[in-house]
Design a protein around this ligand. Structure first.
Ligand code: GLC
Length: 746
């Protein structure tokens, strides 16, 4: 009897015993290496050496010697398997301690098989979609020796002007946290084998709050905003096992993140118990000089080192100055050993010391059908139907279609931003695929690229439109118009797309507007031209087949907006979980600018928070998206209207598919903490479920709410749970739903 209990207990404890044994072994190996390494070799491990997007030509003898001397811990953008193999062989067999290199690349939303941009993946609200993108990316990238990706980007984004919103998980901390875990699981795959990529949670932190949506710009935020909104995805990533974090370019309350002791030690190490290593962004360590925080390169090295920045990407401040700083006592060897240990431990935990020299087995892995199928599925799940007047979609197959627009046949731009290795030759565009699938299509770009301001293509487009029953216009942004350093002050369709749409509207044919872009696009001027509007983001390699299946009804669009869709850039930043203010706007008092009577008295309009022109609501709310069916929410029920801080609350609704086809709705649960010791958002997403229902059927959808979901951080960074009234909504998006309330008591 006792023996069996001991045995079962031992079996239960086995994983934990194994982990602690591993870490003991790792610590012994690390201590042994540290005791033998010279200062130069220790400093070498802190260096991420690389070049911009790709090393061209062969490896120089100087580069190889650098590896032989142990002057690099990781290499960026060396993309040939044979070159990575050669460098790894040198590191393992010719350097004094045989410490392996980590080969890094930005594998953001696919390596060769390109998935939708991350903002599109976020629109799926589906962790398996994010996981699939990460897993397929890892299998393809690791097949030539890449073992570290600078992803996932976890910057909460509330400003559509910001170019990197395209790369973000959207505006909500809960959705971003769910995606963060999925990405880490998909990339790192628990380091089970050599298809695992070391993930990198970036950019730490607050990068998405850059003033004016201008990339790299100033960030001010207090602890409540940081801990309630911007930190949660990083917390989720680290809890999921992320072993690297990248510091961001921006300053955070006056201190560049790459030299911020508060961020890199107090928040990351102390609060989040992160025990991997921190890498700077590209030259962000030496950018503390133009920030006006470091006097010179040596001072920059000192500040970043003391803040706890482990590895320096591409700049050479550590290489140039750490030895001197050690010798003159400005920094301590013990701290250098801690940083080197962070890097060595990570290399041990990802199995790099035992990994074979990489060889190229990509031939059978790139663009595998299984990978392409997952990319197509991701594109379908990311597409958001914003308008569908008179249910013009799905298309009637007998219709003659004029396919028009600068993004209809744009194989490079369809892949979107941060796509270094995907090849446009593999992109299947809508024009290509639709013309393959049906002879009812006539194609005319009308404009040759998104910024095209010529009208040379109008005649052909208009003639084809007049000869058709319906127009599909695929417009949007070229890939270069979003992504890093590509913010826009005006987020309307660029070039003459709006003008061409107006001309097409004059033909009297119904228009289905499909947008391929890296951000929400201002639709105010053109919304009335379109009978249907579908946001396809930049959908990746399989965008054509995915779009065909969605527009023809083989599949329905399942996406929901991961960001609020503003009417214009002037409304940004704009997000659903805003504060109520002392003068919240409402439709009863709002008078649109052109409806204001002449000579109106100064205080005759609603004195509350709105714009005279664009009002106070977005074009489309966070969480919004249409189906090809219709749903009714009814019978909202709470298990109780009073819960103590140790109880839980069961909330349920009845969901009915009133339409004629099977359909999936995203049931969303929001909560408002009505009164707090600091003001609280008007509502916050607390849970969501994808519910698939057959036509004319219904089901009960249940959620359980726990008090911990009602907590928040105050301005002192303290976690609070405060009794009082809470409102609760369950509905299809953040702007509608059934409402009730409950009380939390002590
Ligand atoms: C860039 C980006 C970062 C990327 C790094 C390496 O500037 O900010 O996201 O991973 O440099 O390419």
């Amino acid at each position: 009897m006792y023996k069996s209990i001991n045995l079962s207990l031992f079996i239960l404890l086995l994983p934990f015993l194994a982990i602690s044994q591993n870490s003991n072994d790792y610590n012994k190996k690390i201590d042994n290496l540290l005791s033998q390494m010279t200062i130069e070799q220790k400093i070498g491990q802190l260096a991420l050496r690389g070049t911009s997007s790709r090393v061209k030509g062969g490896l120089s003898e100087e580069f190889k010697q650098m590896i032989r001397e142990g002057e690099a811990g990781a290499i960026l953008n060396v993309m040939k398997a044979e070159q990575m193999a050669e460098l790894q062989k040198i590191a393992l067999e010719e350097s004094e301690h045989g410490i392996p290199l980590i080969f890094a690349r930005d594998v953001i939303h696919g390596f060769k098989t390109i998935f939708p941009i991350p903002l599109g993946l976020a629109a799926s609200w589906d962790s398996s979609t994010a996981y699939d993108c990460a897993r397929v990316s890892s299998i393809e990238a690791s097949s030539i020796g890449i073992r570290w990706t600078f992803a996932p980007m976890l910057d909460i984004s509330r400003d559509s002007r910001w170019g990197r919103i395209a790369e973000s998980p959207g505006e909500d901390p809960l959705l971003a946290s769910v995606l963060a875990k999925a990405y880490i699981d998909g990339f790192q795959n628990e380091f089970k084998d050599n298809t695992s990529l070391l993930a990198c949670a970036k950019h730490f932190m607050g990068y998405g709050a850059a003033e004016g949506g201008r990339d790299y710009n100033t960030v001010y935020m207090n602890e409540a905003l940081m801990r309630n909104i911007y930190l949660p995805p990083f917390k989720a990533a680290i809890e999921a096992g992320a072993l690297t974090v990248m510091s961001s370019f921006n300053e955070y309350n006056g201190v560049p993140a790459s030299a911020s002791t508060f961020l890199l030690k107090e928040v990351l190490r102390d609060d989040l118990a992160f025990d991997g290593f921190v890498v700077s962004d590209w030259n962000s360590l030496t950018e503390t000089i133009p920030h006006g925080y470091a006097r010179d390169e040596r001072h920059a090295a000192e500040l970043a080192f003391k803040a706890g920045l482990d590895m320096e990407m591409t700049s050479r401040a550590y290489e140039n100055h750490l030895k001197t700083l050690l010798e003159n006592g400005t920094i301590q060897m013990a701290d250098l050993d801690i940083m080197v240990a962070n890097i060595l431990r990570t290399k041990l935990r990802m199995g790099l010391f035992d990994a074979p020299i990489p060889k190229d087995n990509s031939a059978t892995l790139y663009y595998k059908n299984a990978h392409l199928e997952k990319a197509k599925e991701a594109a379908i799940k990311s597409m958001v139907l914003l308008k569908n007047k008179n249910d013009i979609l799905p298309l009637n197959s007998s219709k003659k279609i004029a396919l028009i627009g600068p993004l209809a046949d744009a194989p490079h731009d369809q892949l979107g931003t941060w796509t270094f290795d995907g090849e446009k030759e593999h992109t299947i565009t809508p024009a290509h695929y639709f013309q393959e699938k049906t002879d009812q299509i006539s194609f005319a770009p009308g404009l040759t690229f998104s910024r095209d301001r010529s009208t040379h293509g109008y005649a052909d487009a208009l003639n084809k439109a007049k000869a058709s029953d319906l127009i599909i216009f695929i417009g949007g942004e070229e890939a270069i118009l979003s992504g890093e350093a590509h913010s826009r002050a005006n987020i309307a369709l660029p070039g003459k797309q709006e003008e061409l749409l107006k001309e097409l509207k004059s033909t009297g044919k119904p228009i289905v507007l499909v947008i391929m872009a890296g951000r929400p696009i201002s639709l105010t001027n053109i919304e009335s031209y379109a009978d249907a509007i579908l946001m396809a983001w930049h959908p990746g390699t399989m965008g054509g087949p995915a779009l065909y299946d969605v527009l023809t009804g083989i599949r329905e669009p399942e996406g929901r907006l991961p960001v609020t869709w503003p009417k214009s850039a002037g409304q940004s930043p704009l997000y659903y979980n805003q504060k109520n203010t002392g003068r919240p706007a409402d439709s009863t008092s709002f008078v649109q600018m052109y409806d204001i009577p002449l000579g109106a008295w100064q205080s005759s309009l609603g004195n509350n928070s709105h714009y005279l022109d664009d009002g106070f609501t977005p074009h489309y709310p966070f969480g919004y998206g249409l189906n090809y069916s219709s749903f009714i929410y009814s019978e909202l029920d709470l298990s109780t209207n009073k819960i103590s801080q140790s109880d839980s609350l069961v909330v349920s609704i009845k969901l009915t598919n009133t339409g004629n086809r099977q359909s999936t709705d995203l049931v969303q649960l929001y909560i408002q903490d009505v009164v707090g010791s600091i003001t609280r958002p008007v509502k916050e997403l607390k849970d969501f479920q994808h519910i698939k229902l057959d036509a004319k059927t219904d089901t009960e959808v249940k959620f359980v709410i726990y008090p911990d979901q009602l907590t928040f951080y105050n301005n002192d960074g303290e976690k609070c749970l405060e009794s009082g009234m809470f409102n609760i909504w369950i509905g299809p998006n953040s702007a509608s739903g059934l409402k009730s309330s409950f009380e939390l008591f002590d």
